[in-house]
Design a protein around this ligand. Structure first.
Ligand code: GYE
Length: 318
């Protein structure tokens, strides 16, 4: 076809021309977002993953998901891969607080906004990320401590199952709890060890605590529900009654914790909402369109004891 013929052909096909111009432009608009997730250590984490995946799907976003299997080095690798793929934004749930500066500087140089979900980090330059969306972990620890101090009438021996070493929720939940029980000299933490936020590790560490301290233990404070559920199993296997012989308090508020409260085995959980998908993508949208984004958004949570659990269990979303 010569030029004149081509011009005549095209002028007779305005729709075709419009489609040729519009389609690629439209396809190019599909946002690509990388999500560096810690792993799948707890029911809480799986609920967070699901919230982010389903919100991405609802918004037509191409989500590149990477599971770091609890290792910071894997997260750093996946973040570098996202930069190489020129993603539009990156969501990170950082496993530990420290060690992020070099990789985040690379991301900043590539002008890719970073949204941190659920765990905070320590950096000297907070322009290395756009925003953090998370619960107040110190406050969660305080609430668990206040509830337990009341339940024990200000007196008793507590064993503590800590979360992943170096993780913001482990450090802060310990701190908040200690702050609270400092007001009650009759309450002592007689053992404290990491159970890595998993049910299996929580059970294993509780077995060791029971072996060492036995009936000396009045209560367990677990930094998440999964470890509390593992501890409950250990208590039962030791021939004791969780929830009665040993009081159990934890954090997260996942469905199985509510079930354990209804059956009387768990006494209290401090909620920590994992449904962060909508807020995370709203923050990305704002950051990409140059709108101001608050440096930190604190998620609002409640405390549930056995009575409250009975009323709330049917409406729990995770
Ligand atoms: O409490 C725990 C999880 O980072 C807030 O990580 C999150 C914590 C959550 O594995 O269950």
């Amino acid at each position: 076809m010569n030029c004149r013929k081509l011009a005549r052909f095209l002028s007779a096909k305005p729709l075709l021309i419009a489609a040729l111009f519009c389609l690629p432009a439209h396809a190019a608009k599909k946002q690509v977002i990388g999500f560096s997730q810690i792993g799948a250590e707890s029911a809480w984490r799986s609920a967070e993953t699901e919230s982010i995946r389903s919100e991405a799907a609802a918004r037509g976003i191409d989500l590149r998901f990477s599971d770091a299997q609890q290792k910071q080095e894997n997260q750093i690798k996946s973040i570098r891969a996202f930069v190489a793929q020129h993603v539009d934004a990156i969501i990170i749930a950082p496993v530990v607080e420290t060690g992020w500066e070099p990789v985040l500087r690379e991301v900043k140089r590539a002008k890719i906004p970073v949204v941190l979900v659920d765990r905070g980090i320590r950096v000297s330059d907070d322009s290395l990320y756009a925003t953090l969306i998370a619960s107040d972990f110190v406050e969660e620890g305080r609430r668990a401590g206040d509830w337990l101090a009341k339940k024990l009438n200000g007196k008793g021996n507590v064993v503590e199952l800590q979360g992943t070493t170096g993780a913001a929720p482990a450090l802060d939940r310990k701190k908040g709890f200690e702050e609270s029980i400092a007001k009650h000299p009759g309450i002592k933490v007689i053992k404290s060890q990491s159970g890595d936020f998993t049910r299996a590790k929580g059970k294993e560490v509780m077995e060791a605590f029971l072996k060492a301290e036995g009936k000396n233990i009045n209560a367990v404070y677990a930094h998440n529900d999964d470890m509390a559920l593992g501890a409950i199993q250990a208590i039962e296997e030791a021939g004791l009654k969780p929830g009665t012989d040993i009081i159990v308090v934890s954090i997260d508020g996942v469905k199985s914790a509510f079930e354990a409260m209804v059956t009387g085995k768990l006494n209290c959980t401090v909620e920590c909402n994992p449904l962060l998908g909508p807020a995370a993508f709203d923050a990305i949208e704002a950051a990409l369109s140059g709108k101001p984004v608050p440096k930190k958004t604190i998620v609002q949570d409640n405390v549930f004891d056995q009575e409250a659990a009975k009323n709330a269990i049917a409406s729990r979303k995770y």
